[in-house]
Design a protein around this ligand. Structure first.
Ligand SMILES: *[C@@H]1O[C@H](CO)[C@@H](O)[C@H](O)[C@H]1NC(C)=O
Ligand SMILES: *[C@@H]1O[C@H](CO)[C@@H](O)[C@H](O)[C@H]1NC(C)=O
Ligand SMILES: *[C@@H]1O[C@H](CO)[C@@H](O)[C@H](O)[C@H]1NC(C)=O
Ligand SMILES: *[C@@H]1O[C@H](CO)[C@@H](O)[C@H](O)[C@H]1NC(C)=O
Length: 386
């Protein structure tokens, strides 16, 4: 089922039987970004990723049905048709529709997962969607079971929902995937990892957002490993290495795991510009909204390399194995080609199925910064398949 087109390119490599998964999220709202940040299906090369996850569709709580999340529903439907044309260019590309995400919250999902009739409605509307748009699978991004207004029963109800989805999708050869938390405490609260792993085709571990402006101190959004400044048990576990290792040690087979990596970063405003170290006090989000992503505390790699690197000071952290940049009271931690290569090497050394990328639109997709289009995603692709 997972044999890919790239098999032919890698078949001569010893021990390599199939191409690694490269699951890339396409987000529907990036068409509203201005200038070089504007990202549409037309920008997406059909052969870059093995799977494209279209995010997000939503859940309608009263009847459990799948809904398009945009006032411009007609535009979104046209976008789905354009994605389908990408697969005509590359028939091995898998198109997956993704439901949920942070902004959807958890309560609706908790309610629907607990009710057998609503679950059946959800499953039927997923099937209708997949048939209608000729997609290849369904991805559930419930963030997160038993958290954010959910209830303890969510852990079991999530599995029941997925089992019922799987039973309905498998006869039609549709894939079932989930995006899950890469934080140990969070994953421990939300998932029965063994049963989850038995039920779904792939697990995309969101190994990022370990730190952000929701904290009141400096921290990288996705450190590969701990720093000597991490002293408590919790501090030591908020990194990619510990997060993904927890999933494996808890019984998830590496062959179903994709390591999530970001093409973005998170920023802070320093309380004292002279203290830029990990855990230095901050006073909230990076306060300069970047021109494309236009979200407090968030920045795309494309914005960093195109607009910020010239005026910010670059630092590499040898322990956490990630970069950050500083200008005055602004501190931004992100991933670049060097750090994302190390993450891809970690995924490979752990024998994982591949990588998940959040998201296509914030890589340097125009190739403005001198390393070709999609330098981060192409770095991951090269390492996984070498
Ligand atoms: C983004 O690009 C699309 C497709 O070219 C175009 O229709 C849309 O108006 C652009 N949006 C902005 C904000 O420039
Ligand atoms: C998971 O949660 C249980 C119950 O709260 C707790 O006993 C256990 O230590 C936790 N495990 C980890 C790895 O956090
Ligand atoms: C993370 O750091 C620990 C302790 O220094 C080390 O044993 C481990 O190999 C490191 N892992 C990675 C992926 O660098
Ligand atoms: C920076 O802030 C941290 C956390 O409050 C503190 O431990 C450290 O001593 C500070 N460093 C400097 C140079 O002020």
């Amino acid at each position: 089922m997972y044999l890919k087109f790239l098999v032919f390119l890698t078949a001569t490599a010893v021990g390599s039987t199939s191409a690694a998964n490269l699951v890339c999220y396409f987000t529907s709202w990036t068409v509203y970004r201005p200038g070089n940040g504007n990202y549409t299906v037309q920008n997406l090369p059909a052969d870059l990723c093995t799977h494209v996850n279209y995010g997000f569709v939503g859940l309608q709580e009263w009847d459990g049905s799948l809904v398009i999340l945009d006032d411009d529903e007609a535009d979104r439907r046209q976008e789905l048709e354009h994605l389908k044309q990408k697969r005509d260019e590359n028939p091995s590309l898998k198109l997956i529709v993704s439901m949920g995400g942070w902004n959807e919250g958890s309560e609706k999902y908790s309610h629907v997962a607990a009710d057998p009739n609503l679950r059946q409605n959800l499953i039927q509307s997923v099937l209708d969607f997949l048939d209608k748009y000729e997609f290849d699978g369904f991805d559930l991004d419930w963030e997160y079971p038993a958290q954010r207004g959910g209830q303890p029963e969510d852990v079991d109800n999530f599995i029941v929902l997925l089992q019922e989805l799987k039973a309905a999708l498998t006869p039609k050869n549709y894939l079932l995937t989930v995006a899950v938390s890469g934080g140990i405490a969070s994953a421990n609260t939300s998932y029965d990892i063994v049963r989850l792993s038995e039920t779904v085709d792939m697990i995309d571990v969101m190994a990022f957002d370990y730190h952000g402006a929701f904290d009141n101190y400096v921290g990288h959004y996705a450190p590969l490993n701990a720093s000597h400044l991490d002293v408590t048990d919790l501090q030591k576990e908020l990194n990619v290495f510990r997060g993904i290792t927890y999933w494996i040690e808890s019984g998830a087979p590496p062959s179903k795991l994709n390591l999530g990596m970001g093409t973005y970063g998170r920023g802070f405003t320093l309380a004292d510009p002279s203290n830029t170290s990990l855990y230095a006090p901050t006073v909230g989000d990076g306060n300069r909204q970047a021109p494309y992503t236009r979200t407090d505390g968030n920045v795309g790699y494309n914005e960093v390399c195109e607009l910020y690197l010239a005026t910010y000071q670059y630092y590499w952290d040898d322990e956490q194995q990630v970069p950050h940049i500083v200008n005055g009271d602004q501190w931004i931690g992100y991933d670049d080609m060097r750090s994302i290569e190390l993450k891809a090497r970690l995924a490979k050394s752990l024998g994982l199925a591949g990588a998940m990328i959040w998201s296509l639109d914030t890589d340097d997709f125009h190739g403005i910064c001198g390393n070709g289009p999609y330098p981060l995603i192409n770095t991951v692709k090269r390492v996984l398949n070498e």
